[in-house]
Every structure is written in structure tokens, then in C-alpha cells.
Design a protein around this ligand. Structure first.
Ligand SMILES: [Zn+2]
Length: 494
């Protein structure tokens, strides 16, 4: 029977603020010093009062607008009650029926390579819980709790069930990751839990029957999301063929499963509480938030170009290949900015793309530097490439200058635009347009190489190599191809 996977994602993003969402404690990943970033508010002491962090709300607005969401003019805070050791208040401050944003979209690439607009149902702001640490040695050690994370501003982004494959789930998350890092609202460090994803998965058969919905929790790698969705599709198909259990059957509830990345399987967890179980009610300690059209317009006017649009512009207006555009933009906003400045300085986007995706990336990786730390600035590299497009130096000489600039940096010399021209002069790399000097060098080299001339006349074309070498030593900036042609012409008596 034909079926369609129906997938929706819930993504939790920790926002990059200095302090927590409702108190002044530092918002910093710090597992080595547990419970050092806490205060009465985030410890849930009686009588303490939360105060909203405006920066957290501003970053949320930026994110929602970058996700093409509508912003609610009025929003409030709600208490979501549940008892857990990492939640000392006994409730989490979240947003229930009036989230601050809704109805957005983000494009993902389908398994067939097309783009699909995945609708965003809502994005709301809440506080993160602390972290329980269980002894996993199997020797029955203690469980401990670290509340450094309690109160970290957390944005929950919920999609509509528009995603249709495991590949597309991964693509959506990658696209979201790239967007969030471009707009600078989160470091999206998945190892540290700054970006976490849950996936709701079920299958719909052609006759309209669907399998029960399963929520797979805590997917914290791109590969994990893809593998978990793939596994879950197959598992639900097998399960349906065995039991015939379907969505809407009496006693069939939404199931929560965890992803076991070691064994590559999902495992059953606790049954999912319905909203009523959380007994949501408005938090009486926090004021509702109103957002004016003016604030929305202000933030919109400062939004950066989204990465997907930037890739398209690189292809359309700068004639880059899809591959080059992907490599450059996926490397992050600063790298894309670097490329654009190199390209505009030398006025040759293709050349700039070749250099930044090969030479610059290779050196960055070897030296373990990010692009802001890379010693050859965009204008300096742009100037080197400009000298190539002006035909002042050859590509080969450009590489020599590039290496020399890196050596300068290694010796703590300043790498500036003017240094480029000094190096070209010092090393005699200028292409010799003075044909008289080149002719003279060729004549001299030929006169010094009777053996090579004899070999050439006997039909050995490669004998010219020795003469080219001599000429290039004399006139370093000469174009080897041109030298070769001129020598052959000279020897052939033309
Ligand atoms: Zn605190």
C-alpha cells in the first residue's frame, strides 16, 4: 500500500543573551561548575519575582520575523505545571494560547531536490529547565541536578506537519540552523544543547487511514534527525502490518519515543500528557507584553539577507555554481561577507569564489582559524586577484604572493593592501609587457643553450623546457605560456 510520511518538527533554540530570561544570572554553558549561576528567582525560592529580559524578547522577535511569522500585538506568559527535579518552581514559565508569533514559513529541500515551504505554526518563548545528571555506571550512584541552565531563554519553533521525508527533515533543520546563525540569535551549539529537535511522525495511507502519531524526543544532530525519522517510518509500517492499529482507534494515544543514537533505534518512553494535564494558567507575576507595529517595522528593516536568498543571488547575479554558493554560504555569514568583499575588490566573482573555497578554506582549516582570524583580509586578497585580472601578474605569481603574505603574518608583519604591490615589485613578478626585454632574454637564453637548440631542431619539442627555465629566471613576471610560444617562434625562424 502506498503511504506518505507526515512529519512536523519542534525545535528548541537557546538564545544568545548575556543573562537568563527572568533574572540577572549569567546565561553560559558551564557544566564544570554546577549550580554557580543561580539566584532565588531561578532556584524558585518563595517570594522571588521574575523580570522579563528585554534582549531575550528582542532576539525572539528577530527570529520570528526571519521565519516570516506574524507578530502578535499582545502576548502573555503562562505557567505550565509539572514536577521534576530540574524544575524547582514546580512549573515552567512558557506561552500557551497567545504565543508572540505564528504563521510563518521556511524552505527545505525535498528528497527530489525541490524546495518546499514548510509552514511554521508558532514560535513562543519560554525558560529552559536545569539538567539532571544520572549515574550511568550501573553501580547505583547518585542522581544530581545542575540548575545553571534553569531559566535560559528558550525559543520553541513548531512547524505544521508539512515535511514528507527524513531527508527533508534534516534539510529543514540545517536551513534553520544556518538562518539562526546568520541572524546571530543563537550559537546553535548542538553538542551543548543550544539547538534540540523533536519530531512528530506518522504515516498516511492512500485510503486515508493513518498510523498513530509518535513524537521522537531529543534529536541533537542533523544525522540523528534523519536516521530517527527513517527508522520511525519503517517501524510504524511494520507495526501497522502486524497489528493494524491506527490513528483514532479507542485507546490509541500519541506515543513518546526516545532516539538511541548508539543503537540507531527509537525506544518507547512515558505516555504524552495532554495540555490539560499541565493546568496552564497566566503567570500573575509577569506583565503581558505588547509589541507595536513600529518595533516590528524597525526590526524588519534591520534583518539581514537570509542565507537561502543569498545563495540564489550568488548564482544569479554573480554567476557562481550552486556548489560554490553552497560552500560559501554554509560556512557562515562572516565567510559569505568575506567572499563578497574579495569579489567586489577584484571585480571577478568566479575567481574570488575559486580562491576562497580552495586556498582560503584550506589555510583556515590547516591553521584552525575562522575567517575573522584569517591573516589575509578580504581587501588584501581582493587586491591580489585584481592584479591578476588587470594582467599585472599571473595566477602562478598570485599564489606566490598569497604564500608570502601568510609568511608575513607568521612573522607578525602587517598584511596590508600596499604590501601586495611591494611583494610584486620586490620579487619581480610583474608580467613583462615590454617585449624588448623579453625578446632579449630569449635571444640570450637560446645563445646559451646550443644543446637544447640542437635537440629541438632534431624534433624534440620538450627541449624547449630548459630554455623557458632560463628566460623565466631572467624575467620572473613573464607568462610561461607566452614565453614558450615566443621561443618556438624564435627557433623556427619566424
Ligand atoms: Zn537566577
Amino acid at each position: 500500500m502506498n503511504y506518505t510520511p507526515i512529519i512536523g518538527l519542534e525545535v528548541h533554540v537557546q538564545l544568545l543573551t548575556k543573562t537568563k530570561i527572568f533574572c540577572g544570572c549569567p546565561n553560559k554553558f558551564n557544566p564544570e561548575h554546577p549550580n554557580t549561576q543561580t539566584c532565588p528567582v531561578c532556584l524558585g525560592m518563595p517570594g522571588s519575582l521574575p523580570v522579563m529580559n528585554e534582549e531575550a524578547f528582542r532576539l525572539s522577535l528577530i527570529t520570528a520575523l526571519a521565519l516570516n511569522c506574524e507578530i502578535a500585538p499582545f502576548t502573555k506568559w503562562d505557567r505550565k505545571q509539572y514536577y521534576y527535579p530540574d524544575l524547582p518552581k514546580g512549573y515552567q514559565i512558557s506561552q500557551y494560547d497567545l504565543p508572540f508569533s505564528h504563521s510563518g514559513w521556511l524552505e527545505a529541500t525535498t528528497a527530489e531536490g525541490d524546495l518546499r515551504k514548510v509552514r511554521i505554526r508558532r514560535a513562543h518563548l519560554e525558560e529552559d529547565a536545569g539538567k539532571n545528571i544520572h549515574d550511568e555506571s550501573g553501580r547505583g550512584g547518585d542522581s544530581q541536578v545542575d540548575l545553571n541552565r534553569a531559566g535560559t531563554p528558550l525559543l520553541e519553533i513548531v512547524t505544521e506537519p508539512d515535511i514528507r521525508s527524513a531527508v527533508e527533515s534534516k534539510s529543514f533543520l540545517e536551513e534553520l540552523y544556518l538562518l539562526l546563525t546568520f541572524i546571530g540569535v543563537s550559537d546553535c551549539n548542538m553538542q551543548e544543547g543550544s539547538l534540540r529537535c523533536d519530531a512528530n511522525v506518522n504515516l498516511k495511507f492512500d485510503d486515508g487511514i493513518a498510523t498513530p502519531i509518535v513524537e521522537v524526543k531529543n534529536l541533537n544532530t542533523f544525522r540523528g534527525v534523519e536516521a530517527a525519522v527513517d527508522f520511525e517510518i519503517q517501524r510504524q509500517l511494520d507495526e501497522f502490518q502486524k497489528t493494524g492499529r491506527k490513528l483514532g482507534d479507542p485507546g490509541v494515544e500519541k506515543e513518546t519515543r526516545g532516539w538511541d543514537a548508539q543503537r540507531n533505534i527509537t525506544l518507547a518512553q512515558r505516555g504524552k500528557e495532554e495540555a490539560a494535564d499541565y493546568r496552564y494558567f497566566p503567570d500573575p507575576d509577569l506583565l503581558p507584553v505588547t509589541v507595536s507595529a513600529h518595533v516590528v517595522a524597525e526590526i524588519k528593516s534591520h534583518l539581514c539577507e537570509p542565507p537561502s536568498q543569498r545563495k540564489r543571488r550568488f548564482q544569479k547575479e554573480m554567476a557562481l555554481s550552486e556548489y560554490d554558493a553552497d560552500v560559501i554560504v554554509n560556512r557562515g555569514r562572516e565567510f559569505a561577507d568575506y567572499f563578497e568583499l574579495v569579489a567586489s575588490t577584484c571585480d571577478d566573482a568566479k575567481q574570488a569564489a575559486n580562491w576562497v573555497t580552495q586556498d582560503v578554506l584550506r589555510e583556515m582549516n590547516d591553521r584552525r582559524l575562522n575567517v575573522e582570524e584569517f591573516p589575509i583580509g578580504a581587501e588584501v586578497l581582493g587586491t591580489v586577484l585584481k592584479r591578476v585580472s588587470e594582467k599585472t601578474i599571473t595566477i602562478k605569481s598570485a599564489r606566490e604572493v598569497f604564500v608570502a603574505l601568510l609568511e608575513d603574518a607568521d612573522e607578525d608583519r602587517e598584511v596590508t593592501v600596499s604590501r601586495v604591490d611591494h611583494l610584486i615589485d620586490d620579487r619581480g613578478l610583474k608580467v613583462v609587457s615590454d617585449t624588448g626585454a623579453l625578446d632579449a632574454a630569449i635571444a640570450a637564453a637560446v645563445a646559451e643553450s646550443p644543446k637544447a637548440v640542437e635537440d629541438f631542431n632534431a624534433g624534440k619539442q620538450q627541449a624547449v623546457g630548459a630554455i623557458i627555465g632560463k628566460v623565466m629566471k631572467q624575467v620572473r613576471g613573464a607568462d610561461p605560456k607566452q614565453v614558450r610560444e615566443q621561443i618556438i617562434a624564435h627557433l623556427s625562424g619566424n
